[in-house]
Design a protein around this ligand. Sequence first.
Ligand SMILES: Nc1ncnc2c1ncn2[C@@H]1O[C@H](COP(=O)(O)OP(=O)(O)OP(=O)(O)O)[C@@H](O)[C@H]1O
Length: 243
Amino acid sequence: MLVLNDLVIQFGDKVALDIESLAITRGEKIAIIGRSGSGKSTLINHIYEMLRPSSALCSQRQGLVENLSVFHNVFMGALNRHRWYYNLLNLVYPLSQPLKEVGLIATELELDCPLTKPVSALSGGQRQRVALGRALYQHQELFIGDEPFSALDPVMGQRLLTHVLADHSTVVMVLHDMDMALAHFDRVIGLRDGRKVLDIDAKSLNVNTLEAFYQDDTALDFMVAASPATNRLESLPRAVKRY
Ligand SMILES: Nc1ncnc2c1ncn2[C@@H]1O[C@H](COP(=O)(O)OP(=O)(O)OP(=O)(O)O)[C@@H](O)[C@H]1O
């Protein structure tokens, strides 16, 4: 589905990402982990850019339109499926079919507020579910999520993850919940200081190892040894993407 080779992304002088190789295969469920600032968002935003026509992104920034309703914010996920006049009509007077479809997604996401409510009046958890709903309404093959359940309680997060996994054949998700990563994902990619230091079958890991990955630098030696494709070929020319 996607192969990244020698990817370097810089913000000014700051190298946010420096990855030798990373492949994503159709059908995989991939969890991305790492400390704050390790490059996770930079990586998944790049993946989204590369695979945009067939992927839906639920980003940390959400990008909701504050004074528009829950319905309109979710409906925005489908704007490019319809002609402009159909979209305009739904902006002014929502039609019954999209209302029904958005209503079903809201139910799936346990969003029990009225669809007419402006998102500016929602709680953090409700807003996050609206952003999630907008991504689900795209009905794409690939779901890319950047901590999409961070504002929800863990039990609800588990339930909603089940929907996301059922609705998408391929999932790439940043998360900090190690139990979730191990129970529901095939593969775990770990970043540290912009480098991929872990890329391993989830079955080979346990919660203790992953917690050590966050806390203890010595645990890294084991992981690097267990991970494929972490040896760098410094002599290769590198394509640098600068912002
Ligand atoms: N737009 C930007 N301008 C400047 N620096 C940036 C920008 N975006 C990210 N960075 C820097 O790049 C590095 C990686 O950031 P990134 O957001 O990818 O990390 P992250 O692992 O997703 O962090 P977190 O878990 O806190 O969300 C950080 O040092 C960050 O400060």
